[in-house]
Design a protein around this ligand. Structure first.
Ligand code: HEC
Length: 183
């Protein structure tokens, strides 16, 4: 079990799973590039290019969070490991090792608590959908608030969940609180 986790880490590190190279989504209004601009030196890290989510209409904001969240889930982000490494592409996890993310409301229903799991990682025995797990999820609080809000929004709205979107402000709040304790 521990070996499995260590192996996952090594594989992830070896494959550079945390890197991210795709350009962030362009805003329709920002589509005209300045004519004199040299070809941009690749994309800036997407986290820095996050739009002002608080100022966006709700539907656009949720769409951005879902799209970015899917990327972070599948590819990782600066400071975070691709969630798919352990929880799998379908969110079903691995029996007895990694819990499914078709999660329970008392684990995932609250944005601040949910963000806390990603920021602090998780250890100790928990029960998900009647199955016990006792593993170690690595802390990934080095990801930006926007990336964490995105990946948890994606989780909350995928795999049969419908817990609603979360915002970077929820992540910022979670950073001020102790690690959540789950059962
Ligand atoms: C190295 C493996 C690993 C990676 C990568 C990982 N997790 Fe986990 N995750 C775990 C383990 C193991 C647990 C259960 C910990 C325990 O037993 O206390 C867990 C638990 C969780 C839970 C609580 C599960 C529930 O249904 O109650 C959530 C939510 C979660 N992870 C989200 C994420 C997100 C989001 C990412 C990507 C940013 C991620 N995890 C990346 C291993 C991982």
């Amino acid at each position: 079990m521990r070996n499995f986790i260590v192996l996952s880490f090594l594989l992830t590190a070896a494959c550079g799973g945390g890197e991210k190279s795709e350009a962030p989504p362009a805003e329709p209004a920002a589509a005209e590039a300045p004519p004199a601009a040299e070809p941009a030196p690749a994309a800036a890290p997407a986290a820095e290019a996050a739009p002002d989510l608080a100022a966006m209409p709700e539907a656009d904001r949720t769409a951005w969070l879902m799209k970015r969240g899917q990327e972070v889930y599948a590819q990782g982000a600066t400071g975070g490991i691709a969630c798919t490494t352990c929880h799998q592409a379908d969110g079903n996890g691995v029996p007895a090792a990694f819990p499914p993310l078709a999660g329970q409301k008392d684990h995932m229903g609250d944005c601040v608590k949910h963000a806390g799991i990603v920021i602090h990682g998780l250890n100790g025995e928990i029960t998900v959908n009647g199955q016990k797990y006792n593993g170690a999820m690595p802390a990934q609080g080095a990801m930006s608030d926007a990336d964490i809000a995105a990946v948890i929004t994606y989780e909350r709205q995928s795999f049969g969940n419908s817990f609603g979107p979360c915002l970077p402000a929820d992540v910022a709040k979670a950073r001020t609180l102790p690690a959540p304790v789950l059962k």
